[in-house]
Design a protein around this ligand. Structure first.
Ligand code: ATP
Length: 400
């Protein structure tokens, strides 16, 4: 963990929040490479949980909501953890909305789910979806955790990726199983090594949930919750119907009846996902007799897809050709880096450490010193260290 935190800071993945002021407990800032990693994790999640499907809609709800939302959801009364003295402490962050006498107390959302429930009727009215269907949201959530710890594992400000999937009561098990599978697929795609399922016992489940599975990961500080999958019954929609006076129902054309859908919720923390990815990817090995550290990240989420090098910095013809290739690849992939600093070995090691899958080197053969090799470059593989010559016109495909 120490090694990972230090690599994350040194190489611009994750910094302590407000660091120059001594930090602020439970807050972390994503640096340039962390941002790229985080964006691709969210993009892949959206692809699997929303875009590849026909039955999931997107949403981006407000972080500050009417406080009645949190009364109806049960958070005002019960979203609390015990302090050292045994007293219950509600972990919702309070905030004040409006000026002077007009000011009212509200909360920063402690989960993205409620933004989805309060928009259930809006989405139904605009799109008339058939059951089952889902609404997906990615966004920040805030919890005034009593003891934030373990790097980005337990933060006071973090990000969630959630789907509320609305089903007929009789069909909940089928949908639960389907999302369980999708969560495993997602773990595989982002390169999370092993995920363990824990069937949460009755006494540990939220009172409204009839089944919950915790997906756990073996972090360096122990096996802990990574994500959750819960069958939330019709609790939330019923609570908001009763509280708001608006019928949050669904009209089933087949049977001609009005019903309150039941809900399956896959809930994934972005930051815990990133921590599990980094832990799974962190590798120390020996290559060509030398110790090295590298991140074995899947190429679709690696912050830098490829780095382009001129063999030598002081040969303008090499630099010019390398920059030309760099620009071509950058316009295709975006996340391409140019590096001409230090010897090639050092450049490889720098890229290994941030998980760059490919390094492309322009040498004198590229320019035609060896006639048969003119117009080719070397592509070096991060995991094996192997180098192969590839034609410049085949590079895009090779790196895809
Ligand atoms: P824990 O028991 O570890 O506090 P939880 O059961 O309260 O977690 P949920 O309410 O199920 O967590 O939230 C869904 C997901 O949001 C979690 O699986 C996790 O990935 C993420 N998450 C929850 N709290 C935090 C936090 N303080 N920091 C980072 N991620 C969090």
């Amino acid at each position: 963990m120490e090694k990972l935190i230090s690599l994350a800071k040194r190489r611009g993945f994750i910094y302590q929040g407000s660091e120059i002021y001594g930090g602020l407990a439970g807050t972390w800032d994503y640096g340039p490479l962390g941002v790229l990693l985080k964006e691709s994790v969210k993009k892949l999640w959206l692809k699997l949980f929303r875009d590849e499907r026909e039955d999931v809609y997107g949403l981006d709800a407000s972080i500050i909501m009417n406080p009645k939302v949190w009364e109806a959801s049960g958070h005002v009364a019960g979203f609390a953890d015990p302090m050292e003295n045994g007293e219950q402490f509600n972990v919702m962050f309070k905030t004040s909305v409006g000026a002077g006498e007009e000011a009212t107390t509200s909360y920063l959302r402690p989960e993205t789910a409620q933004g989805i429930f309060v928009n259930f009727k809006n989405v139904v009215d605009s799109f008339h979806p058939k059951l089952p269907f889902g609404i997906a949201q990615v966004g920040k959530a805030f919890r005034n955790e009593i003891s934030p710890r373990d790097f980005i594992f337990r933060q006071r400000e973090f990000e969630q990726m959630e789907v509320e999937y609305f089903v007929k009561e009789s069909e909940w098990e089928k949908s639960f199983e389907m999302w369980r599978q999708t969560m495993h697929d997602f773990a595989k795609r982002v390169g999370i090594g092993e995920v363990h399922e824990l069937d949460v016992e009755d006494k540990d489940r939220a009172h409204y949930s009839k089944k919950t599975i915790d997906f756990e990961f073996e972090y360096p500080f122990g096996r802990k919750e990574l994500w959750g999958l819960a069958y939330r019954t019709d609790y939330d929609l019923r609570q908001h119907s009763a509280s708001s006076g608006q019928a949050l129902e669904y009209f089933d054309e087949e049977s001609g009846e009005r019903l309150t859908p039941h809900v399956i919720e896959p809930s994934l923390g972005v930051d815990r996902t990133i921590l599990a990815i980094l832990n799974s990817a962190y590798t120390e090995d020996k290559l060509g007799g030398e110790e090295r550290v590298y991140l074995k990240l899947p190429k679709d989420i690696a912050p830098i897809r490829a780095a382009v090098f001129p063999l030598l910095k002081n040969k303008p013809e090499l630099v010019e050709k390398a920059r030309e290739i760099y620009k071509m690849l950058k316009s295709e992939f975006g996340n391409i880096e140019f590096d001409d600093n230090g010897n090639i070995g050092k450049r490889y090691r720098r890229q290994d450490e941030v998980g760059t899958p490919y390094c492309v080197t322009v040498d004198f053969d590229t320019l035609g010193e060896t006639k048969e090799l003119e117009g080719t470059v070397t592509v070096r593989d991060r995991d094996t260290g192997e180098q192969k010559r590839v034609k410049i016109e085949d590079l895009k495909e090779r790196l895809s």
